[in-house]
Design a protein around this ligand. Structure first.
Ligand code: ITT
Length: 197
C-alpha cells in the first residue's frame, strides 16, 4: 500500500521510510511533490495542525495521507516551544538557532530543572473516511550544550537518560526504537489494517 506523508521535513521523511518500508509500505513525501504549496499551520494544538496537513493534502491528491505534527515541550518553559518548535527562533527555519535559543533560555538551570519531552501526533486521512489520530511521547532532559550530528531538529540537545546520550549521538535505528514518532507509529500500526478495510 502506498502512503503519502504530508511532510517536507527531510529528517521526518527518513524516519518514516526506515520504519514503514520494511513493513511493506511504499512511502512518498511532499519532497517528491515540490509543486504542492505549503499548508499553513494555523492550529494551536498538535492535533489541529496534523489534521490540517493530512486532510488538506488527502483532499487534494484523493489518496490516503499521513501527517506528523510534533515538537519539543520543555517543563521550565511551561511546554514551550511546543507547536511552535519548527520556527522557535524565527524565519527562516534553523535547527542551529532553535537549539541555541533553547540553551540560552535555560541558562545554567541544573539537571533537575531541565526536564522535557518530545510529542508527536499522527493523523491518517482519506477522502472517504474518518481520520485516524494517534500520539506518542519521549521523555528526556535538555543537555547543557549540543552533542552529536545524527538526527535533526532538537536531537543534539535532547538527552535521554536511559541511553546516557543525546539523540544526536545515536543511530537512526536506536532513535526509531524509542522515539515519540516511533511510539505513535506503533499505535497506528495496531489500527491501520482495520482502518484500511
Ligand atoms: P512538516 O510540517 O513539513 O512536517 P515541520 O518541521 O514544519 O515539517 P512541525 O511543524 O511538526 O514540522 O515541527 C516539528 C518541529 O519539532 C521540527 O521542525 C523540529 O524542530 C522539532 N522536532 C519534531 N520531531 C523531532 C525529532 O524527532 N527530533 C528533533 N526535533 C524534532
Amino acid at each position: 500500500k502506498k502512503i503519502i506523508i504530508a511532510t517536507k521535513n527531510q529528517g521526518k521523511a527518513n524516519e518514516f521510510k526506515q520504519i514503514l518500508e520494511p513493513k511493506g509500505y511504499i512511502i512518498e513525501t511532499l519532497i517528491d511533490y515540490p509543486d504542492i504549496p505549503d499548508v499553513v499551520e494555523t492550529g494551536f494544538t498538535f492535533e489541529e495542525n496534523a489534521r490540517l496537513k493530512a486532510e488538506t493534502i488527502s483532499n487534494l491528491l484523493q489518496v490516503p495521507v499521513l501527517a506528523d505534527d510534533s515538537g519539543l515541550c520543555i517543563d521550565a518553559l511551561d511546554g514551550s516551544p511546543g507547536v511552535f518548535s519548527a520556527r522557535f527562533a524565527g524565519e527562516p527555519k534553523s535547527d542551529a538557532r532553535n537549539n541555541a535559543k533553547v540553551l540560552a533560555m535555560l541558562g545554567e538551570l541544573n539537571e533537575l530543572s531541565r526536564g522535557a519531552y518530545f510529542h508527536c501526533t499522527l493523523v491518517l486521512s482519506s477522502p472517504k473516511k474518518e481520520s485516524l489520530v494517534v500520539e506518542g511521547t519521549l521523555s528526556g532532559e535538555i543537555a547543557k550544550f549540543p552533542v552529536g550530528d545524527y538526527g535533526f531538529g532538537y536531537d543534539p540537545i535532547f538527552f535521554v537518560p536511559e541511553l546516557g546520550k543525546t539523540l544526536g549521538e545515536v543511530s537512526e535505528d536506536t532513535k526509531n526504537r524509542i522515539s515519540h514518532r516511533a511510539n505513535a507509529l506503533k499505535k497506528l500500526d495496531a489500527q491501520i489494517a482495520e482502518w484500511f478495510k
